[in-house]
Every structure is written in structure tokens, then in C-alpha cells.
Design a protein. Structure first.
Length: 114
């Protein structure tokens, strides 16, 4: 059974930082492309950052220079370091693993507010 479990969300003030983690089980983690998506109320889910199995990364323009995605294949975990957070970053953040199939985590809430 495949599971992706996100953690690390919460409430943070503008300008603050959070690190999200997504621990995977039930898949051969190292062969999967991984991504972080987010969905704000009333909006479509959007790609925030992705990392290939080779380690290449890509980011949404809105987070470039502030967010960093990384993966630890030894721990079957993907991370999203989020710095200089803004209120518009408020959303539910989802972890995605993609190879032949797509797998999703349950999401973790990130709220940026003073």
C-alpha cells in the first residue's frame, strides 16, 4: 500500500519559514519524480516545485528564490523549505510522487498571517 504522509505545516507570520516533509512508503522512492503542489480556497491546485529522480528541480515563478525542494532517497522523504513566506502562500500543500502512476498525500495546511 502506497502512502505519502506530509508534515510540517502550520501558522507562521509573514517573512517566516517552514519546512514541509513528505515521507513515502510502498514505492521504490528513488525512481519517482516528486513534487509539491498547493491549493488555496477557491483556486485550482498548482505546482509549487518539482524534483526529478536525477535531482533536477523546477519552481513556480511565484516561489523562485524563496522555496527549495530536496529529496533524501535514503529516508524516502522529500522536503520543501519555504522562506520569506507571504500571505499569498497560504494553502493546503500536497506531496506528489509520479512514475507510471500518480500518488498523493493527504495535504498539510500552511497559513501565513500576522
Amino acid at each position: 500500500q502506497v502512502q505519502l504522509v506530509e508534515s510540517g505545516g502550520g501558522l507562521v507570520q509573514p517573512g517566516g519559514s517552514l519546512r514541509l516533509s513528505c515521507a513515502a512508503s510502498g514505492i521504490i522512492f528513488s525512481i519517482y519524480g516528486l513534487g509539491w503542489y498547493r491549493q488555496a480556497p477557491g483556486k485550482q491546485r498548482e505546482l509549487v516545485a518539482g524534483i526529478t529522480r536525477g535531482g533536477s528541480t523546477n519552481y513556480a515563478d511565484s516561489v523562485k528564490g524563496r522555496f527549495t525542494i530536496s529529496r533524501d532517497n535514503a529516508k524516502d522523504t522529500v522536503y520543501l523549505q519555504m522562506n520569506r513566506l507571504k500571505p499569498e502562500d497560504t494553502a493546503v500543500y500536497y506531496c506528489n510522487a509520479r512514475y507510471v502512476n500518480d500518488f498523493w498525500g493527504q495535504g498539510t495546511q500552511v497559513t501565513v498571517s500576522s
